[in-house]
Design a protein. Structure first.
Length: 385
């Protein structure tokens, strides 16, 4: 299996002993373990024995040249990063090597700075690939968990269709992000790599939220009541969403009553409920193309025996039919991007706390969600902690 540690093993191939020795010393000083080969035949044999993550090979060698070494290694393990060493004036061969999926090429005489840049590029590719594998494994785990829940949710046959639909949309987004990352590496376009990686991270965040919603619905637990400071809690929720909104060009405004209200809730569950509502607000703004500026106002105020959270956006808005079905299990107006779980789960959480969610919305006018939660509820009420 390919070595993916921070400083992986390097197979160094060159038919000139002096160059091999100089490069071996430089690579060893950088912290790499180096395996040497004096020609292409020995290189292929040593590759089979050690399976290094990175190979550095001279292009011009007798019997089996560097291009052939590259092709054979890529057939054995396409994920191996291969850096080609070429002499001055061998640009045609260097370009041919890139067409055969070489990671990079460096020219003789080799400068340490150029060597370090090429190796960093190879390590970055290894790291991104490993992270993508980890996230893919997470998706597979999600699918397995969905199958395990099937018996429990058999009376709600829409569950499988909804989650599968959501996963399909997420996988499509993930494929798009991966394509941009790989294309960026091929063309050495860091801006394209960053764009692709940002898309991957956005999909991962959606996957996390989907998993949390599925687990709440499938494994509802008793609330873990805590007495908390409402203002500090609201600030914590806002801190998680303000950067995301602003990254999409959406103004995020806080309107918090500074009065020292306390609240008896399960913080993790209420945080999840508000997160689903705020996520819905961001989606509503992104889907609205009729306005030049979008805004989300996140509010908090004390009202008698209740604490009231509000989320007001000027996004696409909802018609009467959508409002009526908003908290219905599996209902979504987002097409492939929605699972129909988020707002259903949010409503269940608030109801479990003895609270309510009211919605005011109209097409083109945006939406306002008002979450009203009793200050003192649950077994810890009045306990002061």
């Amino acid at each position: 299996m390919t070595d993916t540690s921070d400083k992986p093993t390097i197979l160094l191939v060159d038919d000139e002993e002096d160059i091999r020795e100089v490069l071996r010393m430089s690579l060893t000083d950088m912290g790499y373990e180096v395996v040497l080969a004096k020609d292409g035949q020995e290189a292929l044999r040593r590759f089979d024995e050690t399976r290094p993550a990175i190979v550095m090979t001279d292009i011009k060698m007798p019997v089996v040249d560097g291009i052939e070494v590259l092709k054979r290694i890529k057939r054995i393990d396409p994920e191996t990063e291969v850096i080609m060493i070429t002499g001055h004036g061998d640009m045609k061969l260097a370009i041919e090597s890139l067409k055969n999926e070489a990671t990079d090429f460096i020219t003789k005489p080799i400068h340490i700075d150029a060597l370090e840049i090429s190796l960093k590029r190879a390590r970055d590719r290894i790291l991104v690939r490993q992270q993508l594998k980890d996230y893919t494994a997470g998706l597979e785990a999600l699918v397995r968990e969905k199958i395990e829940l099937q018996d429990h949710l058999s009376s709600l046959g829409l569950m499988l269709g909804s989650i599968s639909h959501g996963i399909k949309g997420l996988l499509t987004g993930l494929d798009g992000g991966i394509y941009l990352v790989e294309a960026g590496f091929r063309h050495q376009d860091l801006d394209q790599v960053r764009e692709g990686w940002a898309a991957v991270k956005q999909v991962i965040e959606r996957i996390r939220r989907m998993i949390a919603d599925i687990l709440f619905y499938a494994k509802k637990r008793e609330l873990r009541w805590e007495r908390i400071d409402a203002l500090a809690f609201a600030e914590e929720v806002a801190a998680g969403f303000e950067p995301k909104a602003e990254a999409h060009g959406i103004v995020f405004e806080r309107r918090f009553d500074p009065a020292g209200a306390t609240l008896n809730i399960d913080p993790g569950y209420i945080h999840s409920a508000l997160a689903n509502i705020l996520e819905n607000a961001i989606d509503a703004c992104l889907r609205d193309e009729s306005k030049s500026e979008h805004r989300i106002v996140f509010g908090l105020q004390a009202d008698g025996d209740d604490v009231v959270f509000s989320v007001h956006d000027n996004g696409i808005g909802m018609n009467a039919e959508t409002r009526e079905k908003l908290f219905t299990l599996f209902f979504t107006s987002k097409g492939r991007k929605g699972t129909g779980l988020g707002l259903f789960v949010a409503n269940q959480i608030v109801d479990q706390h003895g609270g309510t969610i009211n919605v005011d919305s109209a097409p083109g006018r945006g939406s306002r969600f008002v979450v009203r939660i009793p200050r003192a509820d649950g077994p810890a009420a009045g306990a002061g902690g």
